[in-house]
Design a binder for this molecule. Structure first.
Ligand code: ADP
Length: 415
């Protein structure tokens, strides 16, 4: 009922938007680069929701382009008419309308159509990060090629163009969908030719769809959020350790004990990536660390990222605030931990149901120093990210942090 009301409200809203004229576009570009007070966001999931929460303290107003009024980013919206354009994020006419009301457009996810957006960029619509920064990153094979060209440590990789492994590979290998993978969907660990043949069939034997890379026998997975401002200032958040099961992130902890050499290497990797892309905004960089302290780059997410969620409760500035600071031309904020230790646990769907799990959420929120962030999704599915919980800890002890992750998971999955 409420949703129907919202939808009809939004139809009204969309009637108010007139098609974008050349004059309107010129007016928007003339306002650049300052002052930036309204930012358009392509995508309306939980990352956009957490951006909306960070915006008011920076004096910023966000307008979300997303197809559904029920999406997380609009769950607290009091005035849908002012705060949303209900359209798919690949609807370029809708993005042109969005641009009339914003000084900058940013991205919640990477499922965008860069070619179509280029027609707007050519008319001076300001995207941050720029479309040029995103171009080498959206296809996993092209991203690997970009990283390798920079001389950064990446596992051996190649496009998968037949159902047979290219000559330089041995099992096990990791097969990845080049585009549109997320939360491990589209990432498969293959141990045998039969596994590989299955992936090949699933991709309809299309040589443009998959890539193959060497399996990295990592000791642990790390991630770092790093931001670059419009003036080229770079700032890293503390490195976190993440734990994935079946290619899906279950928890992240900080701080991480790193040798000074490894920390310096991670700093260099982040700076090199951001500078070469001339990137404005935040990136999440996923890394593998091997037992002999080698670091490999797994992936760059050109946006806010799950591994940075703990910054909301545990750092001087959150990743969401930092991204908004960067793209709105404000100075970057301090990134240090404001607690001795922290653990973030993803609350993943474990059944197909229509449930808000209030009882479980209350039990987790009752743990000491714990906050639950609930994304307001009305339908649960196995593996779907429904929320996350963050617990602040009084020590840096890794074992304690992992035990706390298990305690939260027990309340969520078994409680
Ligand atoms: P997504 O983009 O869906 O997050 P990723 O490429 O980051 O997918 O892979 C998800 C997880 O799969 C990683 O966090 C890691 O646990 C595992 N993985 C991915 N690539 C490799 C690899 N080359 N070697 C070992 N494990 C890998």
């Amino acid at each position: 009922m409420q949703q129907q009301k919202r939808l009809s409200q939004n139809r009204k809203l969309n009637q108010h938007y007139s098609p974008m004229s050349d004059f309107a576009i010129a007016a928007v570009s003339a306002q650049l680069p300052t002052p930036i007070h309204t930012i358009g966001v392509l995508g309306g999931g939980q990352l956009a929701w957490m951006l909306t929460k960070a915006a008011p303290s920076l004096g910023l107003n966000l307008i979300i382009q997303t197809p559904h009024a029920s999406d997380s980013a609009l769950q607290e919206s009091t005035d849908l008419e002012q705060q949303a354009i209900l359209a798919p994020i690949t609807d370029i006419a809708a993005t042109a309308k969005l641009a009339q009301y914003c000084q900058v457009i940013t991205f919640e996810n990477e499922f965008v159509d860069l070619e179509a957006l280029a027609t707007l960029a050519a008319e001076d619509v300001c995207f941050r990060p720029s479309l040029a920064s995103l171009t080498p990153l959206l296809d996993k094979y092209e991203q690997r090629t970009f990283l390798a060209k920079l001389g950064l440590p990446v596992p051996n990789f190649a496009p998968l163009e037949t159902q047979h492994l290219p000559a330089s590979f041995d099992f096990p290998v990791v097969i990845k969908a080049r585009r549109h993978g997320y939360d491990g969907q589209g990432t498969f660990i293959c141990h045998t030719p039969k596994d590989l043949a299955q992936c090949w069939q699933q991709a309809n034997q299309d040589p443009a769809v998959l890539m193959v890379e060497a399996f990295v026998p990592f000791a642990r997975e790390l991630a770092v959020m790093a931001a670059r401002s419009a003036t080229g200032e770079i700032s890293l958040f503390p490195v976190v350790e993440t734990y994935q099961h079946d290619q899906v992130c279950h928890w992240a902890i900080a701080p991480v004990q790193l040798s000074p050499t490894t920390q310096a290497q991670i700093n260099r990797i982040a700076s090199q990536i951001l500078e070469h892309l001339n990137f404005v905004g935040i990136v999440g960089i996923e890394l593998f660390q091997t037992a002999d302290d080698q670091v490999w780059v797994n992936e760059i997410a050109p946006r806010t990222h799950n591994s940075g969620h703990l910054t909301i409760d545990a750092c001087a500035t959150s990743q969401f605030e930092q991204h908004l600071r960067a793209i709105s031309g404000q100075p970057l904020g301090p990134t240090h931990l404001t607690t001795a230790g922290v653990v973030m646990v993803n609350l993943l769907g474990f059944e197909t149901a229509s449930d808000h799990y209030l009882h479980k959420r209350r039990a987790i929120a009752a743990l000491p120093q714990t906050s639950v962030h609930w994304y307001g999704k009305s339908d649960a599915r196995p593996g779907r990210k429904l929320g996350h919980a963050t617990m602040l800890l009084s020590s840096e002890d890794r074992t304690m942090a992992i035990n706390m992750a298990h305690k939260i998971e027990a309340l969520w999955y078994e409680g």
